[in-house]
Design a protein around this ligand. Structure first.
Ligand code: ADP
Ligand code: MG
Length: 484
């Protein structure tokens, strides 16, 4: 580099430091510029995992900052950025977070004896002379012993407001297991929101990129293995097995360990051991550590730290993106109005969202039909009656009066003529269904006694049960107006 190049390079590094947060910048600290021409800069990063991270998450920003720096330096040509791993001859050097390389490839291909197969080996020659097919064998073997499910990957996990922090932390852990700010990483949130998916994505990615030995288990698996070891009187072996044979420990649903005193103790020692030697631990739970009852205080305090992230209910946009991604990956045509309808209605959790989509798909296949809005409504509506919009009786009375072209006074009045009774009963039925008002409340709202409301609601329910299609149509249209 000549001195002008050096100046620009230094300016570029400074700008990056200013524009990126500390966490992102940490990936660039050891970058060097190994080739610089007028049209192309080649940037070397210390290892493959850093390269992966930078290419996936930071490349746009790096390009943007570069454009600015060049412009400020009076250079108006476009410069392309290319990334490579420093010292290509040793593509994995520096990838593993430990001084000791955890295994040799030739050991991996004979995993029949699990304990003997994974001797911690200080060999620095690890992987240097291996071909890509050996790597495939290695990752397959690692996956077999990991208990991971291959279907959970970062690629098919949709990011959104509800999970972006947890996602970013999971990515950071997968990129630098043991050597990141989140050890342990603790992900918590309600059922079906993607905790297991995210946790397993970490494991699958680590196996792909770092070839470390990952173990995924639920806290119940841990408990069962421990109890079995107690029964067989080989607790020491159980202990050594986990400690010596795995580099990354993923424990799902840790809340189930609460109340199991002996198992907690055992787990705590394993957990501490992993952290002490710099091995990565990831935990999930349905609650924040402070809310898990019957958890030892010392454990609680070790779980809480800068690596605690929650996953929330996904918002509408994320639900839509999840559905579209799912259908796309399966090559299924999901019309946009159908995706929109499912995403609107099924707002509970991702597992239910997927369940609805699967049910609609299965129904369409079984009847040789296309996936249509009508089909989606037929399947979803009986299951998801409750709406998120809060209505009151007045909204409903007004909407019904407009729909039937009668006045509010006529709905509220005493006339028993059919053109008034029918709308009135529908209004009562809708008010009962879509508000939280009790029968006495409804009686006041409709200016009637409580038994009149009950019989009105019962009448409509009975007609619906008898498949009164006109009534069904009227109610559907009214609900559409009310919830539009
Ligand atoms: P949890 O462990 O929190 O109960 P899971 O990880 O088992 O939830 O997720 C339930 C289902 O929803 C799984 O099939 C998972 O693949 C899917 N899922 C959850 N979150 C997402 C997401 N953000 N993107 C794609 N699929 C998701
Ligand atoms: Mg789970």
């Amino acid at each position: 580099m000549d001195s002008m190049d050096t100046q620009i390079w230094t300016r570029y590094q400074k700008s990056l430091r200013n524009c990126l947060n500390e966490f992102s910048f940490s990936y660039l600290e050891n970058m060097t510029c190994c080739q610089m021409s007028e049209t192309r800069w080649e940037i070397a990063l210390p290892d493959r995992s850093t390269l992966n991270y930078v290419e996936t998450n930071l490349a746009d920003k790096l390009n943007e900052v570069l454009r600015d720096v060049l412009r400020e330096s009076g250079i108006n040509t476009d410069v392309e950025l290319a990334f490579c791993v420093e010292n290509q001859k040793h593509p994995t050097s520096g990838m593993l977070p430990f001084d000791e390389r955890p295994m040799r490839l030739r050991d991996v291909s004979s995993v029949s004896n699990r304990t003997a197969a994974f001797q911690i080996s200080p060999s620095s020659a690890y992987l240097n002379d291996t071909s890509s097919s050996d790597l495939v064998v290695a990752s397959e073997e690692l996956r077999k012993i990991s208990r991971l499910n291959e279907r959970y990957t970062f690629d098919n996990f949709v990011q959104g407001n509800s999970n972006d922090m947890a996602y970013a932390a999971a990515k950071a852990v997968a990129t630098k297991p043991g050597g990141n700010d989140f050890n342990p990483l603790f992900i918590y949130g309600g059922v079906g929101l993607g905790k297991t998916h995210l946790m397993q994505s970490i494991g699958n990615e680590i196996i792909e990129t770092s070839l470390l030995r990952v173990q995924y288990m639920t806290s119940e698996d841990f408990t069962n293995d421990y109890i079995r070891a107690l029964e067989k009187k080989n607790v020491q072996e159980f202990r050594d097995h986990i400690r010596e044979n795995y580099d990354v420990l993923l424990i799902d649903d840790i809340q189930f360990i609460a109340g199991k005193i002996e198992t907690q103790k055992e787990f705590f020692h394993t957990f501490n051991y992993f952290l002490e030697v710099g091995k990565q631990v990831v935990l999930t739970s349905d609650k924040h550590p402070s809310e898990i009852r019957e958890l030892e205080e010392r454990m609680r305090s070790r779980f809480v730290g800068c690596g605690t992230f929650d996953i929330q209910l996904p918002d509408y946009e994320t639900r839509l993106a999840i559905l579209n991604k799912k259908a796309n990956s399966e090559g299924i045509y999901l019309p946009s109005e159908v995706a929109d309808y499912i995403a609107q209605k099924v707002a509970t959790n991702v597992r239910e969202l997927e369940g609805c989509y699967k049910r609609i798909k299965a129904n369409a296949t079984a009847h040789h039909e296309r996936i249509s809005l009508a089909l989606a409504q037929k399947i979803i509506d009986p299951l998801y009656q409750t709406r998120t919009v809060m209505l009151n009786a007045d909204d409903i009375i007004k909407c019904v009066s407009e729909y039937f072209c009668i006045s509010i006074e006529e709905i509220m009045g005493k006339s028993r003529a059919k053109p008034f009774v029918y709308p009135r009963q529908i209004a009562m039925y809708l008010a009962r269904l879509h508000t939280s008002l009790s029968f006495p409340d409804l009686a006041r709202a409709f200016n009637r006694d409580h038994s009149t409301i009950m019989s009105g609601v019962t009448k409509i329910k009975a007609s619906l049960a008898n498949k009164d299609t006109n009534l069904e149509y009227d109610i559907k249209r009214l609900e559409d107006k009310l919830f539009k």
